[in-house]
Design a protein around this ligand. Sequence first.
Ligand SMILES: CC(C)(COP(=O)([O-])OP(=O)([O-])OC[C@H]1O[C@@H](n2cnc3c(N)ncnc32)[C@H](O)[C@@H]1OP(=O)([O-])[O-])[C@@H](O)C(=O)NCCC(=O)NCCSC(=O)C[C@@](C)(O)CC(=O)[O-]
Length: 656
Amino acid sequence: MVPHNTLKSSVARTTAFRTGVARYKRSSLHYWGLLPSARSLSSTTRQPDVRIIEVAPRDGLQNLKQLVPLGVKVELIQRLAETGLKDIEATSFVSPKWVPQLADGHEVMQESLRFSKSQPGMGSLRFPVLAPNAKGLQRAHAAGVKEIVVFCSATEAFSKSNQNCTIDEAIAQARAVTKDALALGIMVRGVVSCIFSDPFTGPTAPSEVLRRVQQFIDMGCYEVGLGDTLGVGTPKDTQTLLEVLLRDIPADKLAGHFHDTYGQGVGNVYRAYEMGLRVFDSSVAGLGGCPYAPGAKGNVSTEDVVYTLEKAGINTGVDLDKLVKVGQWISEQLGIPYGSRVGAALASKSRQPSTGSSQPAKKEAVAPKRKWEVVKDTGEYRVSRSGAVLKVTLTRPKNGNAMTDAMLESLTELFKNLHKDPSVFHVVLEAEGKFFCTGMDLSGNSELSDMSREYNYYEKVAGLFEAVDRVPQTTIALINGPCYGGGVGLGFACDVRIVSPKARWTLSEVKIGVSPAVISKFLVREWGSSMAREGMLSGREITPTELWRIGAVHQIVAEGETLESRLESYLSQLERAAPRAAAVNKELSRRAWLQPESKAQTDLVQKAFHAMVAKGGEGEHGIEQLFRNKNKLFSWQDFWARRNPFANPIYQEPRE
Ligand SMILES: CC(C)(COP(=O)([O-])OP(=O)([O-])OC[C@H]1O[C@@H](n2cnc3c(N)ncnc32)[C@H](O)[C@@H]1OP(=O)([O-])[O-])[C@@H](O)C(=O)NCCC(=O)NCCSC(=O)C[C@@](C)(O)CC(=O)[O-]
């Protein structure tokens, strides 16, 4: 198999620099800035000194529960390519049942190849994909793939849990796939996972890693990636392992794939570079994560790797400024804080006004601040209006915004009456102070302590949650801080959640001997049964990242950003949403969840379908404006100026 040109030159350079004291000393001098940087010596067209394989589109996205749209994946790949990255692991050809996120592998691949062929200077892009078995290879080949990745674990326990087979079985499968791939002219790269440790059985013997690397090379893999799946390895561990491997394996056959769970990713890359490795996997914004280290950071971020190597005079061929913009963009698309340390630092620096420059600082275009008009203030909550948006603010910060009986009654009334208000399309629920809401007021004034009136109290609590859940408008909870008990339920009875990194959720009821009875159905609906049950049984604090991963939280604001600014951009997206269709969509998703395959569900699907083409309806208007009048800026408020979008709903009230 003829290796790729870039690979050839990298191999030649690597061979020249093969392990040795002279090279190590030279790298160290570069690192401490004692030698002029390679970049300053070279022309910009110089071949990179390292090959960075960007893995965000595959490894970075694969564990996300929230399905990332095809368009975002394709745009991510294109934006990454525009930074100078030449190797982008595009997707996986594995069972969509295992990894639903990457079920669109064929389309991603086709779009990426189209881009590579049609854009000037992009012809040398490489898009390796994961294809662990014969079916995967077949699908990859059909999609035009030129390079695949096969893998195994260095440890038995992880192999059984991750691939459901022994290591030898995984190797046998990889061998068969490699043979077929090579016959088709497809290059094959191997990856060995758990090089330092197994989540179940602990440290990995370097001799086991060597054995598997050797097997991959013997079967025809041109290179083998060393995967620190748990992200536990330190630079010293990297050195110890490489000392064993490099006795038998040339450095140009090895690549580093480090995770950043303990913040060691960049250190490991640099130590591996010093020992002769020239190929590294990394992920923009540090996307990805280890399912065995919940809450931990994922792959080492490409921004951090590029910064470290470039500062050491090692040419990566990547434009760091452009890469940071990609990191910010994808984090925004996914609604998560920007996960690269270097990226976040550079991004915040570029926001600072320049102090040393004689040029006047460029004025940022500031979005006009939305004006809110207060329409009601009970002392316990405040209601304000801005255009088609109604905002309810809980204003008992000194009491953790706990809900009094009076609040339950009056808020229920407010939400119940909203379907009569044709001018409100969206409702925002937010809170003042440290907490979002600490649940029902337990201070002694509440009826909760009066058991003889328990039934009445139930009606009040259930009434509020039903009213919030059933309101036809789109509801957005802006969660500023910790939530307890019914306060958790309040956020999850809403449609959308935009949260601060300070938000936490605690189903504390179990710790005071009560149950999240009323709110349990919202928790199970939004979190899934397993997560909700565990939360209800443990009463432990749950973090934004945990809920974002399962798709129950939609956006987490970044450090230095406000909930208001995220709300503003979300509301501008909602401006395009037709209110009556949105109300029907809410009901469609509720029935699909509560009554799947029932008559009630089928009836509504049919009615919704017919409503799409009804004379004088939103559908007719929307299609006419967009396609016939070519008017993208039409307003749903104008369309509904004299009528109520929520009158005579096609779904029946009450429904059960
Ligand atoms: C939240 C922390 C950790 C703050 O811990 P902290 O140290 O008290 O915090 P703080 O110093 O910031 O103080 C917050 C203030 O808010 C008060 N506060 C706070 N929460 C409530 C409350 N619910 N009712 C009445 N007052 C409350 C709290 O007592 C304190 O008042 P202060 O002592 O300064 O006068 C603590 O106060 C706490 O554990 N609160 C109880 C949280 C809780 O268990 N909520 C569940 C309520 S039951 C419920 O919601 C039932 C439901 C709806 O789920 C049933 C169903 O679904 O069927």
